[in-house]
Design a protein. Structure first.
Length: 400
């Protein structure tokens, strides 16, 4: 008999698996940050810094004692993490590197054909030149290869040959990000960045598929094969479907998810889903600011089915057509998405300015909730080094 699970119950399990049910004030160090990222699977990296960068916000929202220097140390000194691509640029546990080799192999020929078409037959020579430079001279970035060339218009199709070569070599595993300078990637040979135990280890194709799909479901609780494939963006939807219906069928349980909109969706669940539903705690009732790239919200459609929360980032929407703002943060209270907030750090003045708050339907910003919001904003101000929080005169909005 297929088990039926209400969206709210799966949302509670999902928040638990995503580290948002743990006490957020427990003091952590580098080991705690590493364990957090191991539990999440990866943390997306993003350059937008209106308040703080996405990777820092994702970790801070789970533990308020997190500080950016802990992540930097894990990446650049301990090499417990590496930076590469999932559905976007992300920091990933170094132990996952052997599985990324399969991604490198899949990308190599396709990228080679595409980028040679963009940059011409001499592109192979550029690859050789860049790789030899890094091998002989050590870490390098884009500026080390294209200083003498006139700048082109923005866009990946207009990348200079040196930058294109670096990106190709990174995407195909020849080089790795060794550090970032002012957020610009600095690369070195992969074998000089990734710990030898992970760099030398090989896994079979079958192990790769099983690891990626198992890891995705372990962090989702219950999902369709398409959602499993999309989690890491390592395997194809067809590979995930075969894994669910054939390879791992005896390890999974069919479930029916009753979505917030009243629809039903057949999914595959972890075998221990009953135990998870029983044991997953309610998240702390405090209010938290989430990153727009938080893994809880990355799959926008799934988040809408589980939380009834429709979120779209408007960074690339012309200002006149935005409903909310350039980079608006979702707000989580307990297990509910209660609204979104627009804010910015005015760093020269030491001010975290709140320019807009939009509650979800049925949510009232009463005295208690306002106090919880102010407490979270005070935590955000301390985290970002701001001295105080200020509110724009019209910051409270009734909605779009």
């Amino acid at each position: 008999m297929t088990l039926s699970i209400d969206a709210r119950d799966l949302a509670r399990v999902f928040l638990h698996l995503q580290g948002l049910a743990a006490p957020p004030g427990t003091k952590i160090g580098a080991d705690g940050v590493r364990q957090m990222i191991d539990g999440l699977g990866f943390v997306q990296v993003d350059s937008i810094n209106t308040v703080t960068r996405a990777h820092h916000q994702i970790l801070f929202s789970r533990n308020q004692t997190y500080r950016p220097k802990l992540l930097t140390g894990l990446l650049e000194r301990e090499r417990a993490l590496f930076e590469h691509w999932t559905h976007d640029a992300s920091v990933i546990p170094a132990s996952a590197y052997p599985y990324w080799r399969h991604r490198f192999a899949r990308k190599r020929e396709r990228l080679k054909a595409r980028w040679t078409n963009w940059h011409g037959a001499e592109f192979q020579g550029e690859l050789d030149r860049v790789l030899a430079h890094i091998r002989d001279n050590g870490p390098a970035g884009t500026r080390d290869f294209d200083r003498e060339r006139a700048r082109k218009e923005p866009g990946w199709w207009n990348w200079h040959p040196g930058k294109a070569a670096l990106e190709f070599l990174w995407h195909t595993g020849e080089i790795a990000v060794t550090r970032r300078d002012n957020f610009a990637k600095i690369y070195d040979l992969a074998e000089r960045v990734v710990p030898e135990e992970h760099f030398q280890r090989a896994v079979s194709h079958a192990e790769f598929i099983d690891w990626a799909c198992t890891g995705a479901l372990d962090r989702l609780g219950a999902a369709t094969s398409g959602e499993i494939a999309a989690f890491y963006d390592l395997v194809t939807p067809e590979e995930a479907k075969i894994w669910c219906t054939e390879t791992a069928r005896d390890r999974l349980r069919p479930v029916r998810i009753l979505s917030k909109d009243g629809s039903e969706r057949l999914c595959h669940a972890r075998a221990d889903i009953d135990s998870l539903l029983e044991a997953a705690p309610e998240p702390p009732g405090r209010l938290r600011v989430l990153s727009p790239f938080d893994p809880v919200l990355r799959d926008r459609k799934r988040a809408e089915r589980l939380f009834g929360f429709s979120y779209r980032i408007e960074v690339f929407v012309p200002a006149a057509r935005r409903t909310y703002g350039y980079y608006v943060f979702p707000l989580l209270e307990g297990a509910r998405m209660i609204g979104r907030i627009d804010m910015i750090c005015r760093r020269t003045e030491g001010v975290l300015e709140v320019t807009g708050f939009w509650p979800e339907p049925g949510i009232r910003l009463g005295e208690g909730r306002l106090a919880r919001l102010e407490a979270e904003l005070a935590r955000m101000a301390r985290f970002t080094g701001m001295e105080r929080v200020e509110f724009a005169p019209d910051w409270r909005r009734d909605g779009p």
